[in-house]
Ligand binder design. Structure first.
Ligand code: ZN
Length: 351
């Protein structure tokens, strides 16, 4: 067995594109196998993970991409040093993985181009996982438990059937690349603004009509791709406004006029209710709202080139008139936003 050394001195065994249907390597001394750190078996005809793999006990990287694998057996669990598992373009699904896969301390997993219909539960028990690629599968959803993969920095889920982004995704505080292109996503939860490490967000080819206003607070964001979405191109007035209740009107008056009250003067539930007031984003209003608000789409200049439709919630329909026009009439807050965005955004891809 000839093992070319990788640049950093790691012993690499490259057996790619040899038409292999199995792997025996009986002629190779066991101690030699234990020196190997990378085993490359992509583009062969393996239908099973060869049991011989278990002898490579120091293996850190295993690449079995582009074979016919429908199953990864317990042999994998013998590789306690494995950090990178590349198994894209096979026939893997939820039943294909060892139950105890989470016993491995994997940092990079690539299962793109397989037949998964949901994220494997084992991966959701790997807090040390940093890179997860599951593009081109049949995923219909992202489980809320994605937040358990707390080290995740790179998440690629493009080319699936995902229609919904769970707000829990926003708890992945190290996430810097999020790829959700080519799915069926209709809205982006405002919580994503908590992803303070996010540098790149790919949302192209989805069903988005607007973005949450909060997206402007993603201070590290440098790349945003939105092409291929039915983003609204002009102001749309949403008339599904329910008039506020008397409780809400009273609460609005107390909050917006700054009428003082002390906790012991009001029933506990009313104090809690008053704490839930949201500030109307119209700078000329200064009012608040509780449950009754108007969905309003406002266009914000991005980088001086693009007008992005952002969703706002305003306190009343009258409130939308000062900022509803798409004309060039400028408004102080949107100008500030545009300047910030232009300085940091390096790439914005729209339709
Ligand atoms: Zn208002």
């Amino acid at each position: 067995m000839e093992g070319p050394e990788a640049a950093d001195g790691e012993l690499v065994v490259d057996l790619s594109r040899l038409g292999l249907e199995s792997l025996s390597l009986e002629q190779v001394p066991e101690e030699r196998k234990r020196e190997v750190q990378q085993l490359l078996l992509p583009h062969n005809r393996l239908l099973l993970l060869p049991p011989a793999v278990a002898a490579f006990s120091q293996l850190q990287l295993l690449d079995v991409s582009s074979n016919g694998l429908a199953h990864l057996g317990d042999e994998l669990l013998a590789l306690s040093r494995l950090r990178t598992l590349l198994a894209k373009n096979n026939r893997l699904d939820a039943d294909s993985l060892p139950k105890d896969l989470a016993a491995l301390r994997l940092e990079v997993v690539n299962f793109s181009g397989n037949q998964f219909e949901e994220l494997p539960a084992q991966l959701l028990q790997m807090p040390g996982l940093k890179t997860l690629s599951m593009g081109g599968n049949r995923l219909k959803s992202i489980p809320a438990e994605i937040e358990n993969i707390s080290s995740l920095e790179f998440l690629y889920l493009g080319g699936n059937l995902i229609s919904y982004i769970p707000p829990e995704l926003a708890n992945l505080s190290h996430l810097s690349y999020l790829v959700l292109c080519d799915n069926r996503i209709q809205s982006v939860p405002p919580q994503l603004a908590q992803l303070h490490s996010l540098r790149s967000l790919s949302l192209h080819n989805n069903l988005l009509t607007y973005l949450p206003r909060e997206i402007l607070s993603l201070v590290r964001l440098q790349e945003l791709s939105l092409r291929g979405n039915p983003l609204v191109v002009r102001f749309v007035r949403d008339l599904t406004y329910m008039p506020p209740t008397l409780l809400e009107l009273a609460g609005r008056t107390i909050k917006s006029r700054g009428i003082p009250y002390r906790p012991w003067e009001l029933p506990e539930n009313l104090v809690r209710y008053l704490d839930l007031a949201s500030k109307c984003p119209n700078p000329k209003c200064g009012g608040v709202y509780f449950d009754s608000c108007v969905r309003h789409i406002k266009f914000v200049d991005f980088c001086g080139k693009y007008r992005l439709p952002l969703m706002h919630y305003l306190c009343s329909p009258e409130c939308s008139s000062p900022c509803s026009s798409v004309s060039s009439q400028s408004e102080s807050d949107s100008e500030d936003e545009a300047i910030v965005a232009a300085r940091r955004m390096q790439k914005v891809l729209l339709g």
